[in-house]
Design a protein around this ligand. Structure first.
Ligand code: SAM
Length: 239
């Protein structure tokens, strides 16, 4: 499997992705603003508008990190479980939730590839900027399908490379040259951001990823492109 520019054994990828997020956890939120010029907030708002969380619904926010998506869904009254493989990211999230006084959340350290939940527990499963870090994407999708109730919905937001001419060149230059430099300047960590940029380039393109979602058993799949496909919202239903 690929870890940034390198090919590594699957266990090594999981372990090195762990190190990346432990390194960036404390600076994660400020880095998102710096890297996206604040735009990630708008994409996350848009994503949650599509998910349409309802009061009392059980939602699993997988790879939920420091809680950005979960906070927005809890504010709509949903009962959200934030699950992430990295306890350092969750710890930052728990602190932020306390500071903001957000209720309706629980936190759980879990690998998306092998969830501890029984079948058919959740009304919705969300995963935002997380799936490309997972070592075996097909396993994570199968688990998402398993833990959803019938009629449950799957929503995933992930980066890809944009198709807009002109913007593509700017984006490539930005993500491969500038992102690692910003990472170095703000978080003192160039390598992690080099990995993050490269992992975007390596992630399956939207049609290919949509096919994987269908193979996991989801129906009525859709892709909504933002910025010419630089960011994509994938969705599907468990029938
Ligand atoms: N969803 C959050 C957001 O949008 O701000 C966090 C996204 S962050 C870029 C990616 C997260 O994926 C990290 O917190 C990382 O620990 C988590 N992650 C990576 N591999 C994972 C896995 N196999 N299972 C669960 N979480 C994983």
């Amino acid at each position: 499997v690929s870890f940034g520019y390198e090919d590594v054994a699957p266990e090594e990828k999981t372990q090195r992705v762990g190190a990346v997020f432990s390194n960036v956890a404390r600076k994660y939120d400020i880095m998102n603003d710096a890297m996206s010029g604040g735009m990630h907030r708008l994409w996350k708002d848009q994503f949650v508008r599509r998910v349409k969380p309802q009061p009392g619904e059980a939602i699993l926010d997988m790879a939920g990190g420091t809680g950005d998506i979960a906070f927005r869904m809890a504010n709509k009254g949903a009962e959200v479980v934030v699950a992430d493989i990295n306890q350092d990211m969750l710890d930052v999230g728990i602190e932020r939730a306390m500071e903001r006084g957000i209720d309706g959340l629980s936190w759980s350290c879990q690998n998306a590839e092998q969830l501890s939940y029984p079948d058919k527990q959740f009304d919705a499963y969300t995963i935002v900027f997380g799936i490309r870090n997972v070592t075996h994407i097909d396993k994570a999708l199968a688990e998402a399908h398993r833990v959803l109730k019938y009629g449950g919905r799957f929503y995933c937001m992930e980066f890809s490379t944009t198709e807009w001419p002109g913007f593509k060149e700017v984006y490539d230059l930005y993500s491969h040259k500038l992102m690692p430099k910003i990472g170095k300047a703000i978080a003192g960590d160039e390598e992690s951001y080099r990995y993050l940029a490269e992992s975007i380039r390596r992630f399956p393109k939207p049609p290919e990823f949509e096919a994987m979602i269908r193979r996991a058993g989801f129906v009525r799949t859709r892709v909504e492109k933002i910025l010419g496909g630089a960011v994509n919202i994938h969705s599907g239903w468990k029938a």
